[in-house]
Design a protein around this ligand. Structure first.
Ligand SMILES: NC(=O)c1ccc[n+]([C@@H]2O[C@H](COP(=O)([O-])OP(=O)(O)OC[C@H]3O[C@@H](n4cnc5c(N)ncnc54)[C@H](O)[C@@H]3O)[C@@H](O)[C@H]2O)c1
Length: 358
């Protein structure tokens, strides 16, 4: 098991524990925050056995615990759900001496993180991610957001949880479509690290799909430590962190155009393939490296073809908060492991995408 402490500034430290069995560490870590009381907020899709074990663990340490569930999935990332969470916090008597423990997928963590960062201008927060995507990506990094007016992630804050407990054994029983979703972010992290990591994923893909506990543990650990390394260098997205957006410009547009019927993970898989293809054209990314990326995604059960027109995608991309004042700037690989931020004219990006989508 790895424990990483991120010191963000003198007042804020984020402790991330990752590895099989990590869940058993939660109550001890929460005790260290010395809370007056705790609200456990669960994603309605999470099995009761996980939520009960968390509540029992906390109560076993003598804490005053309330528990509630809100919806799960992208639909929870609305102002309405956030208001519901704020009201639950008031009803549970939460103060700045309290801890919110959020258990769920990336959507529930995003909505809870936003609620926790704004309630009383910020209360203590612990995350227990329960989907692959939430474990390998969403739970670390301190970004949260909700969807507003048809735009994805338009309103949010930077707010690092005090504690993140990432236990890959939770992934063993996930429905397959939720299980595979997170691997697009793992492939993205491997692309940021370099070709040999993408090749490594390809060699272990069968064991990952068979949910081999040891291999899953390695993959989740690799992904979390890679993301933490980027965040440590740039936690407010002013530099290196922009690389984490690889695949997400086209990916977010696909999610929105599909009306969120295509999940974040699958949309990012398609976005990675589309953006790698852009990179072969504008930066000379070798074709075999783009193919390697596609092969890893396919072997990890993810789709790679885009079923929407370039016009539809570009009209949505123009709403992306990162581009509201100008042209799209997209991190693309010159080689796997060697990225550059490329600024496009909208016309150029539309032309490139229409080659891919027709
Ligand atoms: N903040 C970040 O840095 C960051 C990074 C990546 C993604 N995200 C966000 O994460 C969201 C996607 O997260 P996701 O892929 O985890 O999906 P999700 O949170 O939307 O959950 C998908 C489904 O899984 C269910 N679920 C959760 N845990 C389960 C379990 N243990 N067993 C069975 N079902 C379970 C949920 O109820 C939901 O129906 C997107 O909104 C994306 O924007 C945020």
């Amino acid at each position: 098991m790895d424990e990483v402490t991120l010191t963000l500034h003198e007042e804020k430290v984020s402790r991330v524990v990752v590895g099989s069995g990590a869940l058993s560490r939660l109550a001890g870590l929460v005790t260290g925050l010395d809370p007056l009381n705790v609200l456990v907020l669960a994603d309605s899709g999470v099995p009761d056995s996980i939520v009960d074990s968390v509540v029992n663990q906390l109560e076993g340490r003598g804490m005053t615990v309330s528990a509630s569930s809100v919806g799960g999935g992208e639909g929870v990332k609305t102002l309405g759900s956030v208001e519901k969470i704020w009201r639950l916090m008031v009803a549970s008597g939460l103060t700045r001496r309290s801890v919110l423990v959020a258990i769920g997928g990336g959507s529930l963590l995003d909505a809870s993180g936003f609620a926790a960062s704004t309630y009383m201008r910020g209360i203590k927060l612990a995350y227990v991610p329960t989907t692959t995507l939430a474990q390998v990506d969403a739970a670390v990094g301190g970004k949260n957001a909700i969807d507003v007016g048809g735009g994805k992630n338009l309103v949010g804050t930077f707010y690092h949880p005090d504690i993140v407990v990432i236990d890959p054994t939770i992934l063993a029983n996930l429905p397959n479509h939720i299980f595979v979703d997170g691997f697009s972010e793992v492939v993205k992290h491997a692309a940021i690290r370099g070709k040999r990591w993408v090749s490594w994923l390809l060699t272990i893909a069968d064991a990952v799909m068979a949910r081999d506990e040891k291999v899953l543990n390695e993959v989740v650990r690799f992904s979390v430590l890679t993301k933490l390394d980027v965040i440590r260098r740039d936690y407010k997205e002013r530099g290196a962190r922009v690389l984490l957006n690889f695949g997400h410009t086209v990916g977010h547009a696909i999610e929105v155009v599909s009306g969120y019927r295509i999940s974040h993970g699958k949309a990012v898989a398609m976005g990675l393939v589309a953006e790698a293809s852009l990179a072969t054209k504008v930066l000379g990314l070798p074709m075999d490296e783009a193919d390697l990326l596609s092969a890893a995604l396919t072997e990890l059960g993810l789709p790679t073809g885009i079923g929407y027109s370039a016009e539809e995608l570009v009209s949505v991309m123009r709403l992306d908060k990162k581009f509201l004042n100008g042209r799209p700037r997209i991190p693309l690989p010159r080689r796997l492991g060697d990225f550059e931020i490329v600024e496009f004219e909208w016309g150029v990006i539309a032309a490139c995408l229409s080659e891919l989508t027709h």
